[in-house]
Design a binder for this molecule. Structure first.
Ligand code: OGA
Ligand code: MN
Length: 302
């Protein structure tokens, strides 16, 4: 049976039913891939995928990005519950990462190679809160007036997890480990052309922080203004999770964020990330000086 694809009430996203992701034949995959390009966000309710089945589904989209430094970890838990069963407290690294996820972002934009897609499933969810939201950066770009389109064409921003966490008052560990880039922040154009559809989209989010050619205050004001404009109806969708739901989104043209919930209650999600294509998601080269400059703390971070 062919899957049923129902557009969501937003400029992005569709729900896909009558499909088993654990057992996807090539014909059905072709339908899913087309829908992914058209809708940029696909919601598959009630899949109850095992970790291995989720990883196999993610691998249909491309190479898996390894998030914990060893190739046995093709997916990671995004969870406030620790292995000992207690939940993370305010001072803990895990807590800061989860709070960070509540800001609009796109995955791995602060890494040299930004992500193509992310697959996220709910394992255990609190009775209220803890939704995930996505915002359509294609529709956001389209909705900009010509003055703004001209203003941002040709501009690029540095992306840094140090900066985005510092803005929240969190200092993160430096050095080796996932996400802690040590070679300077990658520089990425504010307007990205989708490698498959050719559509333009805004490429912004919480990790973007400094724009060559603008002073830091003007850069932050512009980035905030763009994000405020972009992340509102009809360009956003909120998913109220049920355990077993699986979602995939296109990080090249969609921002996402977690919504708050009662941190005393466990929320356990499983995430598998698909690496970008180096031809189109590798950060543009910047000069060694640019990199050193971008890497230095800004006034707000000192
Ligand atoms: C992620 C993420 C948001 C959420 O998995 O990359 O940002 O709702 N998750 O858990
Ligand atoms: Mn994320």
């Amino acid at each position: 049976m062919a899957p049923t694809i129902t557009a969501l009430d937003a400029t992005l996203g569709a729900t896909v039913t009558d499909i088993g992701l654990a057992d996807l034949d090539d014909g059905t995959w072709a339908v899913v891939e087309d829908a992914f390009h058209q809708y940029a966000l696909l919601v598959f309710p009630g899949q109850n995928l095992s970790p291995a089945a989720q990883e196999a589904f993610a691998a249909r989209f491309g190479e898996i990005e390894i998030l914990r430094g060893d190739s046995d970890h093709k997916s990671v838990e995004i969870s406030n519950a620790k292995p000992d069963g207690t939940v993370a407290g305010a001072g803990e690294h895990r807590f800061k990462v989860l709070r960070g996820n509540e800001g609009w972002h796109t995955d791995s934009s602060y890494m040299p190679l930004a992500a193509k897609a992310s697959v996220l499933s709910a394992v255990e969810v609190p009775p209220s809160g803890g939704e995930t939201e996505w915002a359509d950066m294609r529709a956001a770009y389209d909705a900009l007036d010509d003055v703004r389109k001209r203003r941002i064409s040709g501009l690029s921003a540095y992306h840094s997890l140090y900066q985005s966490q510092a803005k929240m008052g969190y200092e993160i560990r430096t050095g080796a480990g996932y996400g802690y880039h040590t070679k300077g922040a990658p520089l990425r154009p504010l307007v990205k052309t989708h490698p498959v559809t050719g559509r333009k989209s805004l490429f912004i989010g919480r990790h973007a922080y400094r724009i060559p050619g603008l002073d830091d205050g003007a850069a932050l004001a512009l980035l905030d203004e763009l994000q405020d404009f972009a992340c509102r109806p009809p360009r956003i969708h909120t998913h109220h999770w049920r355990p077993g739901d699986t979602v995939v989104w296109d990080n090249r043209c969609v921002l996402h964020r977690a919504r708050p919930y009662d941190f005393d209650l466990p929320r356990v999600m499983r995430h598998t990330r698909v690496a970008g294509d180096p031809a189109t998601e590798l950060a543009h080269d910047s000069t060694p000086d640019d990199r050193a400059d971008a890497y230095a703390p800004t006034a707000s971070n000192r």
